[in-house]
Design a protein around this ligand. Structure first.
Ligand code: SAM
Length: 248
């Protein structure tokens, strides 16, 4: 997968060099290109923002540098192909595991993390005439800039790419994973030693009875979801319980 990121803080994207994403890059599974938006400014101050039309507080990112940056990204990629443009914004559609799965299936993603009050709307409208655009929010809160949101999304997407996780099965039982875990949170996990500071691992996990263990894990997942995410519980349907029972 090719990934382009345009930002006024390219150094903010340095974590893309470490851990899972960094290793995926080193193995050639991810081809990441980070660009400095200010490379497409031509004044002495390298200006990327201006005051908002209609008044109000804050500044808005100017369309000209973003337009030229996206032209350059398009020109640098594989001939005849266009990226899916992912625009981080608190007003976008929620970035969920489902959306991560969908984006993991695209060969090329370009991200436009903004600062200030966001990017002049015409940039997104014009880009949408040339490539698919997904406006995505990582949560119901407002960050100072989109770089952290890009790190979140790239990591969630990268771990779904074939061969990136050591064990291909690892994300099958994750919270929110499509199938048996959709709308469910994963329950608690344990490792050795079996006793630590007087606390023991639940007996069932030491029983070797895989059917009972699967059922216990599913019950724990239901309990944790009920406690922490009643909004997910509201989406449960009896048909899904049957499916989860069969999967356990
Ligand atoms: N005025 C904007 C609003 O209320 O929707 C917030 C702008 S925020 C200060 C600056 C940038 O940070 C956004 O344009 C976006 O790139 C990024 N950002 C902030 N919160 C985000 C979130 N929850 N999800 C994704 N990106 C976010």
């Amino acid at each position: 997968m090719r990934i382009d990121v345009v930002s006024i803080f390219p150094e903010y994207l340095e974590p893309l060099n470490i851990s899972l994403v960094g290793k995926a890059r080193a193995r050639g599974q991810l081809d990441v290109h980070v660009h400095d938006l200010r490379d497409w400014t031509y004044d002495v101050h390298r200006t990327v923002d201006d005051s908002p039309y209609g008044g109000g507080p804050g500044m808005v990112m100017k369309p000209e540098p973003w337009g030229e940056a996206l032209d350059a990204v398009l020109a640098a990629g594989p001939e005849g192909e266009v990226p899916t443009l992912v625009v981080p914004t608190p007003s976008g559609r929620p970035f969920t595991q489902e959306l991560a799965q969908e984006l993991a299936g695209r060969p090329w993603l370009a991200f436009t993390p903004a600062r200030y009050e966001g990017i002049d709307r015409r940039v997104i409208e014009e880009a949408a005439t040339r490539m698919p655009v997904v406006e995505a929010s990582i949560g119901d809160y407002v960050l100072a800039g989109g770089e952290v949101a890009v790190l979140v999304m790239v990591e969630a997407i990268a771990r779904l790419l074939p061969g990136v996780l050591g064990n291909a099965e690892s994300h099958r039982d994750d919270s929110f994973a499509p199938g048996a875990m959709a709308d469910l949170l994963e329950g608690p996990v344990y490792t050795k030693p079996a006793e630590w500071r007087g606390r023991t691992v639940p007996d069932i996990l030491l029983s070797g009875n895989h059917g009972k263990i699967a059922r216990w894990r599913r019950e724990q997942a239901f309990a944790r979801t009920l406690a922490n995410r009643p909004d997910l519980v509201a989406r449960w349907r009896h048909a899904d319980f049957d499916k989860k029972d069969r999967a356990a």
